[in-house]
Design a protein around this ligand. Structure first.
Ligand code: NAD
Length: 292
C-alpha cells in the first residue's frame, strides 16, 4: 500500500484565499481591516524567518501587519508595557509574541498579559482552559491546522482511536483536547511512555509532535492509519519530520509530508484566527469555514 500524500500546502493556500475573500468583504461591508501585531525579541534566526513570513502573508491576505522588534536585552517591563499598548490599540485584533523568549524573560507572564480576545496563538491560560472545557476559544494554530487536515481526510472522527505523541502546551495538549472534542478516543504519549511502538500501533490517527527526526517508523503503524507529522527537524539531510516518511507511507492510509504538510497550515490558521478575533471584537458572526 502507498499512502495518500496529504497536501497541506495546497489546503493552506485555499484557506488563505478564503481568509482574503472574507477580509475583503469585511472592508467593503463594514470598513474594518483586521490587524495582527507580531512581537519579536532578539535575533534568533529561525524566529526572524517565521516573523517575516507571518508579516508577508498577513499583508497578502489584505490585513494590517504590525511588527515590533525588541533587542535581546529588552526587559520584562518593556515587553509587558508593549503588550499593554497593543491590548489597548483598537486597530490590533491579534497579538502574537514569538517564542522562545530570551531566558531572562518570564514567558508565561508575558503570554498571559495578552488580552484573551487578541490571543490568536491561543496560548494564554484562559484560552487553553476554554478549549479544555469545551467553551468558545482561540485555538492554537498548529493543532487547528492538523484537525482541519484530519477532518478533510477522514470526515467524522467520532470513535476513532487517536494517539498524540508529545504533550507540549503548544501542540500535544491542545491537539488531544481537540480530538477529544471530536469524540475520538485519545491517548497522549510522551517521553516516559512505555512500549511506545505498541501504543502507536493501536492508532487509526497518529499525530507526532516530538522533535526527533524520523522517530516513527513503518513498523509502528496500523495499516491504513492517518499520520500527521508536526515535527520540524533541521538535519544534515535537510528538513525532516518526526515520521520516517518512506517506511510509513508503505503502511499508512494517508500521511502529511515535511515540508509541505502541517507547516503551511500553521500560518494560514494564524490568519484565520486573526480574522475570527476581528469579527468577534466587532460583534460580527464568526467567519465561515475558519472556526470549529
Ligand atoms: P516540545 O519539545 O515542547 O515537546 C516535545 C514532546 O515530545 C514532549 O511532550 C516530550 O514528552 C515528547 N517526547 C520527547 N522525546 C520523546 C520520545 N523519545 N518518545 C516520545 N515522546 C517524546 O516540542 P513542541 O513544541 O511540541 O514541538 C514538537 C515538534 O513539532 C518540533 O519538531 C517542533 O519544531 C515542531 N513544531 C512544528 C510546528 C509547525 O508549524 N509545523 C509548530 C510547532 C512545533
Amino acid at each position: 500500500m502507498t499512502a495518500t500524500r496529504i497536501d497541506g500546502k495546497a489546503y493552506a493556500a485555499e484557506l488563505r484565499r478564503n481568509v482574503a475573500d472574507q477580509v475583503a468583504a469585511l472592508k467593503r461591508d463594514h470598513d474594518i481591516i483586521p490587524g495582527l501585531a507580531v512581537v519579536l525579541v532578539g535575533e534568533d534566526p529561525a524566529s526572524q524567518i517565521y516573523v517575516s513570513s507571518k508579516g508577508k502573508q498577513t499583508v497578502e491576505a489584505g490585513m494590517k501587519s504590525f511588527e515590533h522588534r525588541l533587542p535581546a536585552d529588552a526587559s520584562q517591563a518593556d515587553l509587558l508595557a508593549l503588550v499593554g499598548r497593543l491590548n489597548a490599540d483598537s486597530s490590533v485584533h491579534g497579538i502574537l509574541v514569538q517564542l522562545p523568549l530570551p531566558d531572562h524573560i518570564n514567558e508565561s507572564e508575558v503570554i498571559n498579559a495578552i488580552s484573551v480576545r487578541k490571543d490568536v496563538d491561543g496560548f494564554t491560560v484562559a484560552n487553553s482552559g476554554r478549549l479544555a472545557t469545551g467553551q468558545r476559544a482561540m485555538v492554537p494554530c498548529t493543532p487547528l491546522g492538523c484537525l482541519m487536515l484530519l477532518r478533510d481526510q477522514l470526515g467524522d472522527l467520532s470513535g476513532k482511536e487517536a494517539v498524540v505523541i508529545g504533550r507540549s502546551n503548544i501542540v500535544g495538549k491542545p491537539m488531544a483536547a481537540l480530538l477529544t472534542a471530536e469524540n475520538a478516543t485519545v491517548t497522549v504519549a510522551h517521553s516516559r511512555t512505555k512500549d511506545l511502538p505498541d501504543v502507536v500501533r493501536r492508532a487509526e490517527i497518529v499525530v507526532a509532535a516530538v522533535g526527533r527526526p524520523k522517530m516513527v517508523t513503518g513498523d509502528w503503524i496500523r495499516p491504513g492509519a492517518t499520520v500527521i507529522d508536526v515535527g520540524i527537524n533541521r538535519t544534515d539531510d535537510g528538513l525532516v519530520g518526526d515520521v520516517d516518511y518512506d517506511s510509513v507511507a508503505g503502511v499508512a492510509g494517508a500521511i502529511t509530508p515535511v515540508p509541505g504538510g502541517v507547516g503551511p497550515m500553521t500560518i494560514a490558521c494564524l490568519l484565520a484566527n486573526t480574522l475570527t478575533a476581528c469579527c468577534r471584537a466587532n460583534g460580527l458572526p464568526d467567519p465561515e469555514g475558519l472556526t470549529l
